[in-house]
Design a protein. Structure first.
Length: 212
């Protein structure tokens, strides 16, 4: 479970560093080569190595499960396999976690690119909250149908969702422009995410202090 969690984190930071997304990337040392063939690249080298380690740890799971099936009083064919498997799992996991820590402690973040990516669909990304906003006024079913039509129209005509909303009579008569703008602003749709993250960080700091 630990290996899968770190693999997920390192996979995500790697994908988010792709040219097409470009929201985060690993910090690189002066001696680190981005790519042996393409000097302009900033490959997520540490993440790729961490993921490889985590792959191997997860690959040991079925072997360990297989060692549960034994004959009589459990002979050395099982114990000897454990002697190899358990240390190997810890060594691989330690390597993966060390690499992940190196990534996360020095993670480079581009908030401007994040904002730019959020705007790619011109409001389509927050169609869900638009639907909920309308749902309070016209009911969930009708709001879903209306939002789906507006989102599809905005996409087909390459328009911002709010422009379509303003020209949709059934929506314009129950929502003001200010209310529409609030609904299509991604920053307003974070919910309790910030509070949850703050709690996790506070908890982690408490654990570190307790161990110090």
């Amino acid at each position: 479970m630990i290996a899968a969690t770190y693999e997920r984190i390192c996979n995500e930071t790697g994908r988010l560093s792709s040219t097409e997304i470009g929201e985060v990337w690993e910090a690189q040392t002066k001696t680190q080569v981005g790519s042996s063939a393409m000097p302009q690249k900033r490959n997520p080298i540490n993440g790729e190595r961490a993921v490889a380690n985590c792959h191997l740890v997860r690959g040991l799971v079925p072997v360990m499960q297989g060692l549960m099936v034994v004959a009589h009083e459990r002979d050395m064919s099982v114990t000897a396999a454990e002697w190899l498997l358990v240390p190997q799992a810890f060594i691989l996991l330690d390597g993966g976690m060390s690499l992940a820590r190196r990534i996360l402690e020095n993670l480079q973040v581009d908030p401007a690119r994040m904002t730019q990516n959020l705007a790619l669909t011109q409001g389509g990304i927050v169609a869900e909250v638009v639907m909920y906003g309308l749902g309070w006024k016209m009911g969930r079913g009708e709001a879903h149908e209306a939002t789906m039509k507006m989102a599809r129209q905005a996409h087909a005509e390459h328009k911002a969702l709010i422009d379509v909303m303003l020209k949709t009579e059934e929506v314009a008569k129950i929502l003001t422009r200010a209310e529409m703008e609030a609904l299509v602003t991604p920053e307003n749709y974070l919910g309790v995410a910030g509070a949850v993250v703050d709690r996790v960080i506070a908890h982690a700091r408490e654990q570190l202090k307790a161990k110090a």
